[in-house]
Design a protein around this ligand. Sequence first.
Ligand SMILES: *Cc1c(COP(=O)(O)O)cnc(C)c1O
Length: 422
Amino acid sequence: MKKAFVTKEMIAEITKTYPTPFHIYDEKGIRENAKALKEAFAWNKGYKEFFAVKATPNPFLIDILREYGCGCDCSSLTELMLSEAMGMKGEDIMFSSNDTPAQEYAYAAKLNAIINLDDITHIDFLEKTIGYIPKTISCRFNPGGYFAIANSIMDNPGDAKYGFTTEQMFEGFRILKEKGAENFGMHAFLASNTVTNDYYPTLAKSMFELAVQLRDKTGAHISFINLSGGIGIPYKPEDMPNDIRIIGEGVRKVYEEILVPAGMGDVAIYTELGRFMMGPYGHLVTTAIHEKHTHKEYIGVDACAVNLMRPAMYGAYHHITVLGKENASCDYKYDVTGSLCENNDKFAVDRMLPKVEKGDYLVIHDTGAHGYAMGYNYNGKLKSAELLLKEDGSVQLIRRAETPKDYFATFDGYDIYNQINF
Ligand SMILES: *Cc1c(COP(=O)(O)O)cnc(C)c1O
């Protein structure tokens, strides 16, 4: 059974200050998980997690991860700026972008971030943009085809826009070496939201084998291998959670089988996890405001896809708990909807829940990553607040809710402010 980290009583208290909808994050859960990750890879001297900022771009939360040695993985200008403003040093920032604008490469280089190139043509593009090739540089690898573990297909890299082909990795390393690169990194992200302890070890094995060949054939000194993101979380109650200790040990085993005998026992392992670091430790809390009985049974809530887009975008499952009714039997079948003028604005379709009454608080689980962050402003809906449930039980506002003023702020030259009473 999936259990919420808040109770009805807690939310009744919190809503006296902060109205629903809001995202709330669990500091205790974030800390315990970050600590477990750090311990799972402690065997590797250079190990570092670069948190994928895009998953949850909130400096209050990233500051917690920093206490466990995490840096930032950025994919855009504003993510770089956020990391810079937090005082991240160059080597604490991985810039893993794609289709990268020149301005963003320039900014990353100015920060001395580690640049992870997405394509062989970006070698020239980067050199023309910043005037040199950094001494430390990384290339993103995409072997094509299907990514399978024990004959079961996990994902389809052959259809993904990212990365260098195998041949391009060799060619790219040669060119970069000629241009003065000294420390090489490799990166690959071949399957998303994997709920198996075998993803990282399987990926690591193929990366390590390629690393040995790249070193042998190009003479490049490989200083790190970045296993990127992709470790999943149990969105569904029946999903088994990953065990990060088993994953860390699995990577260690192939490291000792392949890299150590090849004289590459000094290679650092990097990760760029987003979902795994934050996903389970966020809830979207919303209030049931309407019930509707037509061709189906609907519960209308005060959140919508603007607050959490994954169900509308991918049909993703997010578990729902009706607070105060945790132990009631789930005898009612509902579509739980938001208010957008889009029929896919549904947090759940045909979901069995306890009887929901107006005023009930619903917790939508696992919104800590790719939740708030994916939000948008369709229908002129405003983005919610983000709250942090601290270890001592107190609640801190870590991002206020948008106001209509924020929404209208970009109409330069059209004076909305003075026409309306906000
Ligand atoms: C999205 C992304 C991540 C994080 O992915 P998760 O599935 O959240 O772990 C890491 N690296 C890159 C380059 C990404 O695009």
